[in-house]
Design a protein around this ligand. Sequence first.
Ligand SMILES: [Zn+2]
Length: 585
Amino acid sequence: MTTNLSELNACDLTSFVQRLHGIYEHSPWIPERAAAQRPFATLAALKQALQAVVTNATESEQLGLVRAHPELAGKAAIAGQLTAESTSEQAKSGLNLCSAEEFAALHKLNADYNAKFGFPFILAVKGPTGQGLTREAVIATFARRLKNQRADELAECLRQIHRIAEIRLNDLLGVKLAFGPQLMQWSEELAQWSDETGALTCAYMTDAHRATANQLATWMHEAGMQVGIDAVGNVVGRYLSDSPGAKTVMTGSHYDTVRNGGKYDGRLGILMPIAIVRHLRAKGEKLPFHLEVIGFAEEEGVRFRSTFLGSNAVTGNFNMALLDAVDTDGITMRDALAAAGHGPAAIPAIARRREDIAAYVEVHIEQGPVLLEHGLPVGVVTAIAGSSRFLVELQGVASHAGTTPMHMRKDAAAAAAEIVLLVEQRCAQGEALVGTVGQLQVPGGSVNVIPGTCKLSLDIRAADDAVREAAVKDVLDGMASICGRRAVEFKVEKIVEAKAAPCAPWLMQQLGEAVERCGVPRFDLLSGAGHDAMAIAALTDVAMLFTRCGNGGISHNPLETMTADDADLSAQVLLDFLRRFSPQA
Ligand SMILES: [Zn+2]
């Protein structure tokens, strides 16, 4: 039986609950409570309402919902005692086809999981591309989540239940996603070009990087754009307007990756507008501005340790001295560009004219857990955090761990420990402020020697430059007093100082309205990571839309994931934004 949104909006309470009875396992109270929110303007709004009921339920109701699900492993899965929906979903992952070892591993994980949490392990086994997760992926996820704390794991089970419900709702309503599956498919195809086998690495001007650029150019061309690859390697597609004197709205992101990175970081923001242009062209729809889609060649800084090469070229801020930078094989950037057929002399001409550009908007996977925590598929970025990074070296005195009395020590590692806690404590006191000591070493240390030297890194970021600068000052002052008290010397080297890039309120407003028209509440969040929009802010007003990141928000990692539904909703938001875009008065 299928239904549609208008039927669901119009029918009485009993039939509303009845029609949605299979969406959340044995839990009619969920549609019952959500019914009061009718009418739902979009499917996304219905999903949000159902999810909110679960979020607002008591813990015992939530546990009841989780426990209403059959165990993924175990006899029940084999004996076929599941609801019809579960049986067919689990069959897709081939869990009924386990080897003896896999079967044993699943049962061991299942027993440990039940003993630790007291509720069944829930996993939406239909993977992000629509195919079932492999048994290997199911087992790896099971093992990873077994390490979670109970509250986090309960929240994860509820998210998985929402995902299962989403898939069932799509089936029930006969939903055909216009963009999501295509975006997932293209991301998979692009990920096949890598500098190494078995992992996704796409560093600047490697063979894989050039193949990726060519594939993007092909897709842009097929979508109906004028396409070129510029001298720095940016792939630029233009969907031209008929309006006389039209300005250009730019969108895009980067196609290079970190080492062993994820498939969606950067690429999502290029592929999405390509899919949108294809859609517009198929409908014969033009925009009142030129839409320029840029696949930026370099953002991550993997090969030459210099970030934002692509976007800096577009703003005219490309530093030509970088052409002499060398990679670990001693190849200069200049030679790498020449080998790829690019003439670096043409790089300055890439710079756009400020007066031609109306705005820049970038869609990017969040790369963090905030949207996941809030149960929202998309968010509007307020600013890209500014950052300060330092390397610190502490110099104490290395001496005998057995013979030196405690009050006579100059222990560099003990001073470092105080500094780590100072950073944590100080950076917990500001809005949109974070601080991290990510590297901490006792070079040449031994078990029986008091640490003489300790090296650590310091990374402080904030939405507001004054907030960041105040935190940096307090941390450096505190470090001086800790070291003074302990008679430990210290050296501080600043390695990064980047100002925050605020997103333009008028663009955030239009993006937020597009989010709301798609049936999702507007939610604003800070970007703690740097993005091409940060560089483009030197040229024009910028805005960013974040798409929810699965797997706890993990990114820069092969576990980075998102769902076809979230990708699709993001594309609907971007399309709606573009259709209604109105330039700043
Ligand atoms: Zn990125």
